[in-house]
Design a protein around this ligand. Structure first.
Ligand SMILES: [Zn+2]
Ligand SMILES: [Zn+2]
Ligand SMILES: [Zn+2]
Length: 293
């Protein structure tokens, strides 16, 4: 067996054995990303579940994503995957590539089996610090950027795989408070708590008005989500204050609001948020190893 690193230019070599030149082991399978083609080449003919595992490992390592199951992913393992036989030739000194491959002649005894996998942007979540679902206490390790009730704009949300509740992620690090002392509204006419705009109301005929309790512009739909009493309780724990620090307080507002939506008193939600901030920053910081006997 010829190791390809020792092969002469133009000489056929095998990729089995000592695998180098850009290969890495994903899910135990030697895999290489092919140029700008956005394709992965894995050695051997992989069953669908191994294709999925290689893709998941690749996305996680390259982008820090966790792939979600989706129609695109099903299509990809079905139509975006080719199992072929190839002949590999080492590139010469003046070639751009260390090696290249062609479809193998059916008679070629040196042909190798590989699986080519299209790499596409798949539905994904970011890998995040662990957070427990407030509704059912099961843990989530990933978030996605999405809009939610309580603050206009997007924030990072966990989604429970079990009960499907979504909750705002606590930021892992409290940023320097002195740097960004003021929240600047990017949509001065929009609802503070949702994406409702005068020209693009969130529901037909929704109107936006200044709200005396919060001191913010709120749309009719948002205002009707809480009783007058709950709105007062939200304000009592500083919901809707205009200062924000790199999104920290946006997330707090989203938390207070969505907890109130499921009946949690704002004062209690404010305490659990504080607890979550502490827990999240502790979990985000690698703990020093302690000697054990
Ligand atoms: Zn849950
Ligand atoms: Zn609104
Ligand atoms: Zn609205």
């Amino acid at each position: 067996m010829t190791e390809f690193t020792d092969a002469l230019p133009g000489q056929t070599f095998t990729m089995v054995g000592s695998v180098k030149e850009g290969f890495e082991t994903l899910y135990g399978i030697p895999t290489v990303a092919l140029g700008e083609d956005d394709r992965l080449m894995a050695l051997g003919h992989l069953p669908d579940r191994a294709v999925f595992a290689v893709l998941a490992a690749y996305h996680r390592r390259v982008w820090g994503y966790r792939i979600l199951s989706s129609r695109e992913l099903a299509d990809l393992t079905r139509h975006g995957t080719k199992r072929i036989r190839i002949t590999v030739v080492k590139g010469g000194q003046n070639d751009d590539h260390a090696w290249q491959f062609d479809d193998a002649d059916p008679e070629d005894p040196a042909a190798q089996t590989v699986t080519l996998i299209d790499v596409e942007l798949l539905a994904h979540e970011d890998v995040a610090v662990r957070s427990e679902c407030p509704a059912c206490t099961r843990a989530s390790w990933s978030t996605s950027l999405t809009a939610g009730p309580g603050r206009a704009g997007w924030g990072r949300y966990h989604r429970c795989l079990y009960c499907h509740h979504r909750w705002p992620a606590a930021p892992a690090h409290r940023p320097d408070l002195a740097k960004h002392p003021r929240w600047m509204p990017t949509r001065p006419n929009g609802c503070f708590a949702c994406s409702c705009l005068p020209d693009y109301p969130c529901t037909d005929g929704c109107t936006i008005e200044p709200d005396a309790v919060t001191g913010q512009l709120l749309c009719a739909s948002c205002r009707s989500q809480h009783t007058a009493d709950v709105w007062k309780q939200l304000v009592a724990v500083s919901y809707g204050t205009t200062t924000t620090f790199d999104g920290v307080d946006d997330q707090r507002d989203r938390w207070l609001y969505s907890e109130a939506l499921r009946g949690i008193p704002p004062a209690q939600a404010a305490r659990t948020w504080q607890h979550r901030l502490t827990l999240t920053s502790r979990r985000a910081t690698p703990r020093p190893r302690t000697a054990t006997t």
